[in-house]
Design a protein around this ligand. Structure first.
Ligand SMILES: NCc1[nH]cc(CCC(=O)O)c1CC(=O)O
Length: 320
């Protein structure tokens, strides 16, 4: 096999993530060449959904894979649509970063220390819903932009705080900016947050074999449960969703524990449910917990009227 052409977007986060995968492929003995891909989402200043919604970033990269312009692509798993792409396969889900969200606030403040009326920026319906449900009187302001831009809103004094994925800060070496790691009891991360998906064409067995060595079984199992929950909910609920699976020690060996959130963006309704199941059946666990959420009221949740026209839910969380 000649050099693997690894496609990457130009953003700092994308190049860091692609570089991480490239380093591991090189360590496994492969030659890797990075190929830059420009996506519609990178050039547009519009809200993501105005230019096509879920998977805007993923779509251009996937086209390059299918066209044969690149051999390997690295996605943030949480930005990848749940529907599989015909002709492509996620050959590896490498070991994931801490999947929790963090607060980046002025003056080193934590969520509990922010005064009522403090202005917190996020473009994510999931974060909006969970922050509102805390009942702290925070004012949520929709923002978008890459990680640097969003941190900049706080350092410039435009916002009191923003909420970001800890994994993004960690990969960019910006963890020192975080003023609090948010407990999943308060804010559950997006399904798949902190994990990467390394994708290639299903018919390239040589590439699949090269990439598969990066797969981490526990991470794949956890994100499979989280994304199965999301996929099942998408059929019957448009509400913001958070999910986090963890491998736990059961009486008879390893088990999977899955926690989930669904709620309204104004914070007036929230559902939190959890379920433990066998380690080797992550898809069933996710689907079962989704059905519990739907039965307990998630099916009746509709996007709040003020935001419904701006963004449907289950969207990528923001440009990165
Ligand atoms: N498009 C948003 C996005 N996609 C992936 C990450 C961070 C890394 C990850 O969650 O894997 C982010 C930034 C954020 O939510 O703060």
């Amino acid at each position: 096999m000649t050099a693997l052409r690894l496609g990457t977007r130009r953003s700092a986060l994308a190049t860091t993530q692609s570089g991480w995968v490239a380093d591991r492929l090189r360590a496994a003995g492969h030659e890797v060449e990075l190929v830059e891909i420009t996506t519609e989402g990178d050039v547009s200043g519009e809200l993501l959904t105005a230019i096509g919604g879920t998977g805007v970033f993923a779509a251009a990269i996937r086209r390059a894979l299918l066209d044969g312009r690149i051999d390997v692509a690295v996605h943030s798993l949480k930005d990848l649509p749940t529907a599989p792409e015909p002709g492509l396969t996620v050959a590896a889900v490498p070991v994931r970063e801490d999947s929790r969200d963090v607060l980046v606030a002025r003056d080193g403040l934590t969520l509990g220390e922010l005064p009522a009326g403090a202005v917190v920026g996020t473009g994510s319906p999931r974060r909006t819903a969970q922050l509102a449900a805390l009942g702290l009187g925070l004012e949520i302001r929709p923002i978008r932009g890459n990680v640097d831009t969003r941190i900049g809103f706080v350092t410039s004094g435009a916002l009191d705080a923003v909420v970001l994925a800890r994994a993004g800060l960690a990969r960019l070496g910006r963890l020192d900016q975080a003023t609090e790691v948010l407990d999943p009891i308060q804010v559950l991360p997006a399904p798949g947050q902190g994990a990467l998906a390394v994708e290639c064409r299903s018919d390239r067995s040589d590439v699949v074999a090269a990439v598969t060595v990066l797969d981490d079984a526990d991470t794949r199992t956890c994100v499979t449960a989280e994304r199965s929950l999301l996929a099942t909910l998408e059929a019957g609920c448009t509400a913001p969703v958070g999910a986090l699976a963890e491998v736990v020690e059961g009486d008879d060996g390893l088990e999977l524990s899955l926690r989930a959130f669904a709620g309204s963006e104004d914070g007036t309704f929230e559902l939190r449910r959890s379920l433990v199941g066998p380690y080797d059946r992550p898809e069933a666990l996710g689907a079962d917990l989704a059905r519990i959420l739907l039965e307990d009221g998630a099916a009746d949740l509709t996007p709040s009227s003020s935001t419904a026209s701006d963004h449907a839910t289950h969207e990528p969380e923001q440009a990165s």
